[in-house]
Write a protein that binds this ligand. Sequence first.
Ligand SMILES: NC(=O)c1ccc[n+]([C@@H]2O[C@H](COP(=O)([O-])OP(=O)(O)OC[C@H]3O[C@@H](n4cnc5c(N)ncnc54)[C@H](O)[C@@H]3O)[C@@H](O)[C@H]2O)c1
Ligand SMILES: O=C(O)[C@H](O)[C@H](O)COP(=O)(O)O
Length: 347
Amino acid sequence: MKVIVDDKIPFIKEALDTLADEVIYAPGKDFTPELVRDADALIIRTRTRCDRRLLEGSRVRFIATATIGFDHIDTAYCQEAGITWQNAPGCNSASVAQYMHSSLLLLQRQKGFRLEGKTLGVIGVGNVGTKVAQVGRELGMRVLLNDPPRQEKEGGNLFSPLEQLMEECDVLTFHVPLIREGAHKTFHLADADFFGRLKCRPVIANTSRGEVIETQALLHALQTGQVSNAIIDVWENEPNINLDLLDRVFIGTPHIAGYSADGKANATRMSLDALCRFFHIDAHYHIEPPAPPQPLIEAHDLTEASLAMYDPRRDDQALRLHPELFEKLRGDYPLRREQGAFQVKYI
Ligand SMILES: NC(=O)c1ccc[n+]([C@@H]2O[C@H](COP(=O)([O-])OP(=O)(O)OC[C@H]3O[C@@H](n4cnc5c(N)ncnc54)[C@H](O)[C@@H]3O)[C@@H](O)[C@H]2O)c1
Ligand SMILES: O=C(O)[C@H](O)[C@H](O)COP(=O)(O)O
């Protein structure tokens, strides 16, 4: 079996070497039809667009993406071509929740935005949204959930209409997949009309996909005060992001909300498991993230403890200093550990 692998997928080499006859590592954006032509499988990230242009005429039968999102895979083409694909549901959801937790605490500390009693609106209540809602509750926030696909399937009164979130929320956070067409389309879900209908000058957070928010509309909403602040990890047209928007946001990071070592290890393990299932390989490997350099944290309060585990300002500063290095900042990212890897002692 020959496998082509994105060279920025960590913790994979040792295990994969025992599973495949031939493995080629290449930058995700440089996968070409020539490179993949005689491969049986691809293991990719969001930087490889898997469509007819790349895959037609190739031997590829299986694609694993070591990510939650799969909008970079042309699923209709894969079905037509008989190519099976698999993403890694939930792999880095705790990492995104950690990013949101630290960002909200920073908002409180730096902007005087008292979280307790405020209303958090979670748009998209899947693996990530569910954890972010829990973060909000733990911070004493009232939480409203919006998820029309789940509402249709599950019924009940767990979910609220988007209009209610637009009217009542002090923070609106997006955790939807990028869907370009159809009844539950999320492309430009937040557009000028959306921002025009907001009632509470909310903070907007986006860790889903840049295209879920229309950049110019958000910029205008920040300029006119329809939106009081923004926490933005994902951008339209990455890596060539809008610098005016970066200038105006409270936190701006280079699509790293999901970049915990835990999340990456989960993604790698899930991708290899899927590969083994597809090719009927019985294999055993052990993929664990490395321990943090300082697993014991001494802190005076929750904010100090959370920021010691992950402080988004480091990533924000790095991007502001060198926005042109967006992709390099991601590629060379010092993967952080999630909360479970630390012990906190309050002093
Ligand atoms: N910034 C990052 O590093 C990072 C990390 C992980 C995931 N993501 C992005 O976040 C997205 C969500 O991740 P997840 O693990 O929670 O996915 P998920 O599939 O578990 O959940 C997505 C939820 O969104 C809901 N949804 C779909 N269309 C909707 C709509 N129009 N309005 C409201 N809700 C809608 C779905 O019903 C589902 O419950 C991913 O698709 C990915 O694009 C980004
Ligand atoms: O969809 C996801 O899982 C995230 O957006 C993920 O963090 C993207 O990461 P990358 O493609 O850079 O590995």
